[in-house]
Design a protein around this ligand. Structure first.
Ligand code: NAD
Length: 528
């Protein structure tokens, strides 16, 4: 019997044709109320959606035959992934399907600002002929600074090279070799702000990237530089951009995304001629919408006909015995990855996951995959999970090694993660006490006993009296409560380390205050 596919969001005629041509039985029922969908979903092997259909736990419960959900697009917020995984339903998406489209908008933004296209249009339509006022600038020979060279950033690099621009890029998660293959020179952020005539942002919105472009950054940018944000609202501090434009420092700004969407009608940026805005239409082209629909149709066909899984975003089941032994260590491995992502070297090129003790007899691939999830999730917009993490690492040129070790140590089982990248290696090791109590027991040369959860401040300092007291006092003054603290020092007393679990996120100002305390060498804030 042919597999049955329910298309419950508007895909495209071509996508439906691909499904039908493959011999699948396809019903297109767009916009059904939840109750009606629940009533019929039991008859289908596959569900094809965009973002409108809510694939809830309740819907999945009724979907007795369902084997796969295909999401045309990237975000899978509308799918209950845990419920799908529990029911053995594979969920697939189509990462990268709109990259060309978004990169083209960024290029359009850059060109319109450089040649004043929107304001010149308004002027001509108002009956004026202001040739002098709209003198612009060429892109050829100018420097583009791309922040984040993932799916979209890397397409923009390619297009900018065609415009004969020089491209510098900052991305802590890519090697200089990978960047140079794309045609960009990997630089640190300070250099990017200093050298770029045009800065285009293509990073996800994370703790690290929120207000990445604020007053301090803008001041470092070249006078007259152009700023483009087609990524996410919140990466740019819009107030600070308005101030910089008003001061005549920034030459222009283009935004497709805003901190609040839609923005208020009296938004401070709207007063400027040299601001170009679009209503979050980065991915809105016929081609992108059709490309993701065709991609998901092809993926569904490959899965239903040949069992080939592509771009799955949830986990296939593990045998129960393996899962029972591994289960407590999987979240630990993810935390180790998250610590390494935040403490570790930039541009990771090699990740080694080592297990020892009782755990060494269990298949370790799931642990390695989970450590990669913790590491990669921190940097990527694409949903990262155990299924796609190894492939993403490979695409990014990260070599992953799995090692079983017989080295003796003090724990029943130990998981050690080593991340090598530009400028060195970071080592984080952890264990699980009882069934669930994950602990980090080593960070580089320091032995600790730290709980990897919530907001954490990591401090390296001289091994001198008073440091911990000073940290406590400074945090108390800022209203940041310390929940737990783990202290450590090197055997030769050449350095000490504190891992502080705090109840709330410390502000950048508080972190700077800590950095200014006597004997403090470095301060990092982590979210675990
Ligand atoms: P991606 O995950 O492929 O790439 C993101 C890149 O940013 C990665 O290479 C990552 O290493 C890098 N990165 C992460 N943290 C960084 C940091 N602190 N500094 C510098 N680089 C960092 O994502 P993508 O598909 O290229 O999407 C990029 C952005 O575009 C995302 O914010 C996404 O939400 C947005 N987007 C916007 C639209 C729109 O309609 N305007 C459409 C699609 C995507």
């Amino acid at each position: 019997m042919a597999a049955r596919v329910l298309v419950s969001d508007d895909l495209s005629a071509e996508a439906v044709r691909i499904l039908r041509d493959a011999g699948l039985e396809v019903d297109v029922k767009v916009g059904l109320p939840a109750a009606e969908l629940e009533a019929i979903v039991g008859g289908y092997d596959a569900l094809a959606v965009r973002s409108a259909t809510k694939v809830s736990a309740r819907l999945l419960e009724k979907a007795a035959r369902l084997r796969v959900v295909g999401r045309a697009g990237v975000g899978v917020d509308n799918v209950d992934l845990d419920a799908a995984t529990r029911r053995g339903v594979v969920v697939m998406n189509t990462p990268g399907g709109s990259s060309t489209t978004v990169a083209e908008l960024a290029l359009a933004m850059i060109l319109s600002l450089s040649r004043h296209v929107p304001s010149a249009t308004a002027s001509v339509k108002a009956g004026k002929w202001e040739k002098k006022r709209f003198q612009g600038r060429e892109l050829a020979g100018k420097t583009l600074g791309v922040v984040g060279i993932g799916n979209i950033g890397s397409v923009l690099v390619d297009r900018a090279l065609a415009m004969k621009m020089r491209v510098v890029a900052y991305d802590p998660f890519i090697t200089p070799e990978a960047a140079s293959k794309l045609g960009a020179e990997l630089v640190d952020l300070e250099r990017l702000w200093r050298e770029a005539d045009v800065v285009s942002l293509h990073v996800p919105l994370t703790e690290q990237t929120r207000h990445l472009v604020g007053a301090a950054t803008l001041a470092k940018m070249r006078k007259g530089a152009i700023l483009v944000n087609c990524a996410r609202g919140g990466i740019v501090d819009e107030r600070a951009v308005a101030d910089s434009l008003a001061a005549g420092h920034l030459g222009g700004a283009a935004l497709d995304v805003f901190e609040k969407e839609p923005p208020a009608a009296d938004h401070p940026l709207f007063a400027f001629d040299n601001v170009v805005c679009t209503p979050h239409i980065g991915a809105s082209t016929e081609e992108a919408q059709s490309a993701v629909a065709v991609a998901i149709a092809e993926q569904l066909v490959a899965y239903l006909r040949d069992g080939i899984v592509k771009n799955a975003v949830n986990v296939p089941g593990l045998p129960k015995e393996v899962l029972d032994q591994l289960a407590p260590f999987l979240p630990l491995a993810e935390k180790l990855g998250a610590v390494a992502a935040q403490l570790g070297p930039q541009g990771p090129s090699e990740v080694t996951v080592e297990v020892s003790g009782e755990l060494a007899s269990v298949p370790m691939r799931p642990l390695a995959a989970r450590a990669l999830v913790g590491l990669l999730r921190h940097f990527l917009e694409t949903p990262v999970n155990e299924v796609n993490a190894p492939a993403i690492a490979k695409d990014r040129g990260i070599h992953v090694r799995e090692v079983r070790s017989a080295e003796p140590h003090d724990w029943a089982s130990l998981v050690t993660l080593r991340v090598r990248g530009q400028g060195g290696e970071t080592l984080v090791a952890g264990t699980v006490y009882g069934k669930r109590e994950a602990r980090i027991v080593r960070v580089n040369g320091f032995r600790v006993e730290a709980v990897p959860s919530g907001h954490v401040i990591v401090v390296e300092n001289d091994d001198a009296p008073g440091v911990v007291g000073n940290l406590g006092t400074a945090l108390a003054a800022a209203g940041v409560n310390i929940a737990l603290i783990s202290l450590s020092r090197l055997d030769d007393r050449s350095g000490a380390f504190s891992f502080l679990n705090v109840d709330s996120a410390p502000s950048p100002e508080v972190l700077d205050r800590l950095r200014g305390l006597p004997h403090v060498r470095s301060v990092r804030a982590l979210v675990l």
